[in-house]
Each structure stands twice: as structure tokens, then as C-alpha cells.
Ligand binder design. Structure first.
Ligand code: HEC
Ligand code: HEC
Length: 324
């Protein structure tokens, strides 16, 4: 009876929140009616290609002046991001948005804060060109001088060292960068005691307030786009104007996309400060407070805020995902 009632309640809450393109993930969840799914325990990618991609991810030769690799901005031992609101690219220009993590990016429907790259392969293209300031001709030429690469590419790919294969190896490695086995996922898989009472209350609040209408699925986000600052502007002075050039409208030119960004995933979010595409918010406490106000029109009590943060901290996973 209690179970039945809570399931009806959560359906009503979910149906009642602002139209976010709810996709009926409820049915697929391992626990009754949970709108969040655990990260799979293993990524199931080709291990040899992924290993090659890992080397490429750390290879400075992918940059214009051999000074930088993907890992410079996405250090894997720091939760896949550099913690900077604006990093500096290989060509000394400054990034326009805050570095997101590469972990669990594979679960996103599109890449970058505004989703302008649909696939990880497309995203690699832009990273090489814009962040690393290079181009495929130069990268292929430099890597072709390396006998180990020549051998490995020949073994794993038809056509050897070429852009399409480098992209594939990097994207394969990125698909392996998942963080399973967070305490929250253990809870979703039925380990009732994996979460404290406070964290469970935080999760209930996350659902009850409607955060889950946008932050849901495996990544607690990453599967839809929404207006940022739906009900109230979010972020310090000056960020509004800038958003105008960074949103989805910047490349779709569809007026409905003004101010719209990808809802980011929240896995490991306690580890990936600063927050939002502008990276101007330093703490999770502040980010949660701004979200409640800006997206849901809710002023949180300190107690509510702390419960939500406690829940979000239980989302820290374990980088891994290799299949046995
Ligand atoms: C100079 C720093 C820098 C380098 C080098 C760099 N990136 Fe990034 N990366 C960023 C920034 C900044 C963004 C966000 C850009 C945006 O959304 O407009 C980003 C976004 C991403 C995303 C999207 C994540 C998401 O959730 O949307 C992925 C994946 C990624 N980078 C992987 C890579 C790979 C692979 C490489 C190497 C080929 C690389 N990056 C090199 C700074 C960098
Ligand atoms: C209407 C959709 C929507 C709702 C509801 C919503 N969010 Fe968000 N959330 C977003 C979007 C969009 C962003 C990212 C915007 C940006 O920075 O471009 C975001 C960003 C965040 C971030 C920052 C993540 C990062 O890595 O920078 C946190 C934390 C967060 N939300 C938590 C919450 C919490 C907690 C709630 C409920 C109180 C909530 N959100 C409700 C859409 C939503």
C-alpha cells in the first residue's frame, strides 16, 4: 500500500513539472519507479581500441605546438576536468565556457554545454581544432612518425593512422570513462543501507521538488535541453549577455533556443566545481540554491539545501568500467 501510494505520488509530481520531455524511463529502472538509473558496471567497449585512445588522450602531439593534450584540461585523476572556469587553449586564446568532465559524457545525448556536437567523434574534431589548435593533417603526420602507433593502428584499423581512426580510438576511450558503483547506485540496486537517512531524504526532495524532471536517467541529466534561468536569472552580474552567444540559439538560430543549454549530468558533481557553463559559482550549496530559485521558483530552507547537497554527494562513483 505504502509503495503503491509513493509511486502514484512520484508520477503525479513528474507529470506536474514544467514540460521537460519526460521520456518514461520509469519502466526501465531496476527499482520500482525510480527516474534515475545506475551507471552500468562495465562499459563494454573494445579494450584494445580504448587503450590506444587512452594513449592519444594523453598525447601532446595532438596539439599545435606539442604543449597540451586532452588530459591537460580533462585530468582523469581529477574527475575529468581542470576546475577552471575558463581555461587557456593551445593557441593562447581563452575558452568561452567552463571545462566539463569527460567522465560519463558517453551517456549524454550531445556534447558541449549547448550540445552542438551530437557524437563524441564530432566533439573530438572540435577539440583537436579549437582546444588543441591543430588540424588532422598535422596530427596524422606527427603520429605517423611513431612506430608504435603505426603498428597499433595497422593492427586495429583498416587504413592505419588517419583522422577517422584517431577519432574512433579517442571516442572509444571516452566511452570507457564511466564511474559506476557510487553509493547511490548501490542503493538503486537494492542496498538499502548504502545511503544515510539524510541522503535518502535528499533524494526524496530532489524528486519531490522536481529537480528530477530535468536531471534524470543514468547521468541525472545529459538527456535534454532546457532554458537556463527559466524563472529567474542564474549567476552573477554580466553572465546574462554572455549566455546569449553561448546557448543553443548560437548555432541553431531557432528563437526557441535562446538561453537554452544541455541539462548537465550530476554524476560526481560534488567533485567538479565550479558550476554552470559560466563556471562562476564556486560551491554546490550555492548551485543548488540558484537552481531551486531559477528553475523551480523555490526558495530553499538551509535544511532543504543541505539535504539536496548530501544526496548529490552520494553520486560520487568509481572511475573504472572495464569489463571482466
Ligand atoms: C584547452 C582545454 C581543453 C582541451 C585541450 C580539451 N578540452 Fe574538452 N573541453 C574543454 C572545454 C572548455 C569544454 C566545454 C566547451 C563547450 O561546451 O563549449 C570541453 C568539452 C569537452 C567534452 C564535452 C563534455 C560534455 O559533457 O558536454 C568532451 C567529451 C571533451 N571536452 C573531451 C575532450 C577530448 C577528447 C579532448 C582531446 C582531443 C579535449 N576534450 C581537449 C576544454 C578542453
Ligand atoms: C527546468 C530544468 C531544470 C530543473 C528543474 C533543475 N535543473 Fe539543474 N540544471 C539545468 C540546466 C539547464 C543546467 C545547466 C545550465 C548551464 O550552466 O548552462 C543545470 C545545472 C545544474 C547544476 C550544475 C551542474 C554543473 O556541473 O555545473 C546543479 C548542481 C543542478 N543543476 C542541480 C539541480 C537541483 C538540485 C535542482 C532542483 C532543486 C535542479 N538542478 C533543477 C536544468 C534544470
Amino acid at each position: 500500500m505504502a509503495m503503491w501510494w509513493s509511486s502514484v505520488k512520484s508520477r503525479v509530481v513528474l507529470a506536474g513539472v514544467i514540460g521537460c520531455g519526460w521520456t518514461g524511463l520509469l519502466a526501465a529502472a531496476p527499482l520500482l519507479n525510480e527516474p534515475v538509473l545506475p551507471v552500468p558496471v562495465c562499459a563494454g567497449v573494445n579494450a584494445d581500441k580504448s587503450l590506444l585512445g587512452k594513449r592519444l588522450f594523453h598525447d601532446f602531439r595532438l596539439s599545435m605546438n606539442n604543449t597540451m593534450s586532452c588530459a591537460t584540461c580533462h585530468p582523469l585523476d581529477q574527475w575529468g576536468m581542470d576546475g577552471l572556469s575558463r581555461n587557456v587553449r593551445a593557441d593562447d586564446s581563452r575558452a568561452t565556457m567552463h571545462t566539463p568532465t569527460v567522465y560519463n559524457a558517453a551517456f549524454n545525448i550531445a556534447q558541449f554545454w549547448n550540445g552542438r556536437a551530437i557524437t563524441l567523434e564530432e566533439q573530438v574534431d572540435e577539440a583537436v581544432r579549437v582546444d588543441l589548435g591543430s588540424n588532422w593533417n598535422d596530427v596524422v603526420r606527427k603520429l605517423s612518425l611513431d612506430a608504435d602507433y603505426r603498428q597499433d593502428f595497422a593492427r586495429l584499423y583498416r587504413g592505419g593512422i588517419q583522422a577517422v581512426n584517431i577519432r574512433d580510438a579517442l571516442a572509444t576511450f571516452e566511452r570507457s570513462l564511466i564511474t559506476p558503483n557510487s553509493r547511490f547506485d548501490r542503493y538503486l540496486r537494492g542496498e538499502e543501507e548504502a545511503l544515510t537517512r539524510q541522503e535518502k531524504q535528499g533524494y526524496a526532495l530532489f524528486k519531490g521538488l522536481g529537480c528530477v524532471s530535468c536531471h534524470q536517467g543514468i547521468n541525472l541529466g545529459g538527456n535534454l535541453f532546457h532554458r537556463f534561468g527559466l524563472l529567474q536569472r542564474i549567476g552573477p552580474e554580466g553572465t546574462d549577455d554572455e549566455s546569449g552567444e553561448l546557448d543553443r540559439f548560437a548555432f541553431t538560430r531557432n528563437p526557441e533556443d535562446q538561453g537554452v543549454f544541455k541539462v548537465p549530468g550530476l554524476r560526481n558533481v560534488a567533485r567538479t566545481a565550479p558550476y554552470f557553463h559560466h563556471g562562476q559559482v564556486a560551491t554546490l550549496e550555492e548551485a543548488v540554491t540558484l537552481m531551486a530559485r531559477g528553475q523551480l521558483g523555490r526558495r530553499l530552507t538551509m535544511g532543504e539545501r543541505d539535504l539536496l547537497v548530501a544526496f548529490l554527494r552520494s553520486l560520487d562513483g568509481m572511475p573504472g568500467g572495464e569489463c571482466p
